[in-house]
Design a binder for this molecule. Structure first.
Ligand code: EPZ
Length: 433
């Protein structure tokens, strides 16, 4: 198992380039299945969730060529297997996008219940509601979801909750369905718009993505396309928090400032200076950090995927901050780990009270999910002393070479391989025999 070892207290300075958006890439890659010709996808982040998508596509029979570390040519025309292997699918949440893509193209799909970050209950009832409204039947057995349809037809769907995944999946299933599909109470995240733009570049007819009503008129064929994934707003936000936590000064390149609006507004309230350019921002701190109240909400609200990172920043701010997590039931699990570093945080249900102590101390900690791991990196960068972060496979699911980018900004961080405890035990036993 690998871990990060961070010697804290160094300011981040210089320039960093943001990679493609994880939550867009993991929907766009399965969406290639819907095409009748090969596609080229550019600006794909080099992360393990993408690797899983590529393995699943290959397993299905698609021909995948890695043209460079961020570009793939994918030919879906030879897909002959409509089942996503259990062991692969359960490793990430986004495996459920193969349901919508396979159903939309072949009127059938078999995928295991998805995995992903342990954030509490993560139902998929709204996904299944959308598929059923289009004429599909589903069964659930042995942890596998089986979908079948004679023919998908347009329909009207009103989601009971704003859901990114179900909005994406409804679009994937509807683009080749017969007739008009109207999705109401749709999610509006930038990655929703990115998927719609990719599908439209293949000849789909999607209107309204980015608003809460999306209209999709089904088409018979989708042609190939070359498409670049948008920059990752959450990676950008994570670096904003890291620069602020170390009182650094960094130009963050390859961003879409509009996607960062809610994050930028809160950072400025906390005392972070931000200057915006066309596709980059300058982030620096030259004064005290002050408390803030954060409430997570669907886009354009403050993103839940930035909650743990900004909480870490607020442990360094003066005063008592309040964070209300409105999306996930269990997204404060990182708090126990921050407490090991001296953070003073009280959690009561969906509300966390953060007493800004102004400083953190290095300690051995564990990443419990993707964004919690990012928060611990930020804490380690700002802390005095050494921080060791275990279970960094969570972080590598969604951040493209995080340690390399941070080192280039002056951080003292390295990835160290640690023999797996079981292996170490076995080798002890072997020595003893
Ligand atoms: C996506 O998860 C992201 N993951 C999550 O990012 C992100 O936290 C979340 O959207 C919210 O923005 C990917 O895109 C791969 P939802 P998803 O469906 O689609 C409820 C990260 O860190 N709900 O928008 O699973 C659900 O319980 C990850 O990158 C239902 O009730 O989230 C939640 O309370 C973590 N029924 C709310 O809706 C359903 O059928 C939002 O969930 C679906 C969802």
């Amino acid at each position: 198992m690998d871990k990060f070892v961070i010697k804290g207290g160094r300011k981040l300075t210089g320039e960093v380039t943001i990679s493609g958006a994880k939550n867009a890439a993991v929907a766009i890659l399965p969406a290639v299945i819907l095409s009748d010709e090969p596609c080229i996808i550019e600006n794909v982040p080099l992360i393990s969730d993408v690797n899983i998508c590529i393995c699943i596509l290959t397993e299905m029979g698609a021909e995948v060529t890695m043209m460079d570390k961020n570009t793939y040519r994918i030919d879906p025309t030879k897909i002959c297997n409509f089942c996503v292997p259990y062991e692969m699918a359960r490793k990430m949440r986004a495996s459920y996008y193969f349901l919508g893509a396979l159903l939309g193209k072949f009127n059938k799909a078999r995928v295991s219940m998805p995995g992903g970050c342990p954030l509490g209950d993560r139902p998929i009832d709204q996904h299944l509601k959308a598929f059923a409204a289009m004429g599909a039947e589903y069964t659930l057995s042995q942890g596998m979801i089986d979908l079948k349809a004679n023919k998908l037809h347009g329909c009207q769907i009103f989601f009971d909750v704003v859901t990114v995944g179900a909005t994406m999946n409804a679009m994937l299933a509807a683009v080749r369905a017969e007739g008009l599909t109207i999705i109401e109470n749709a999610a509006k995240e930038p990655h929703i718009v990115d998927l719609a733009n990719f599908l439209n570049s293949m000849g789909a007819n999607i209107m309204g993505a980015g608003t809460d009503v999306i209209k999709i008129r089904g088409v018979e064929h989708l042609h190939g396309a070359t498409y670049a994934v948008i920059p990752d707003q959450i990676e950008a936000g994570t670096f904003m928090a890291a620069v602020a936590a170390t009182k650094g000064d960094v130009i963050i390149k390859n961003v879409i400032p509009k996607h960062l609006e809610s994050i930028t507004k809160k950072m400025e309230k906390i005392g972070v200076n931000i200057e915006q350019y066309d596709d980059s921002i300058r982030v620096w701190v030259d004064g005290p950090l002050v408390k803030a109240n954060i409430k997570t909400a669907p886009h354009p609200g403050f993103p839940t995927d930035m909650q743990s990172q900004i909480a870490t920043l607020l442990t360094l701010a003066e005063g008592t901050s309040i964070i209300t997590e409105n999306i996930w039931e269990q997204r404060f699990r990182y708090v126990d780990e921050l407490r090991r570093m001296g953070a003073d945080i009280t959690v009561n249900g969906k509300v966390a009270l953060i007493e800004g102590t102004g400083n953190l101390m290095g300690a051995p900690v564990k990443a419990c999910d993707l964004r919690a791991g990012a928060a611990l990196i930020i804490a380690g960068l700002a802390a005095s002393g050494i921080t060791e972060i275990e279970d960094i496979y969570h972080i590598e699911r969604g951040y493209d070479c995080m340690e390399g980018k941070l080192r280039a900004l002056g951080a003292d961080i390295e990835k160290v391989s640690v023999p797996d405890k079981a292996d170490a035990k076995n080798s002890e036993i072997k020595k003893a025999i």
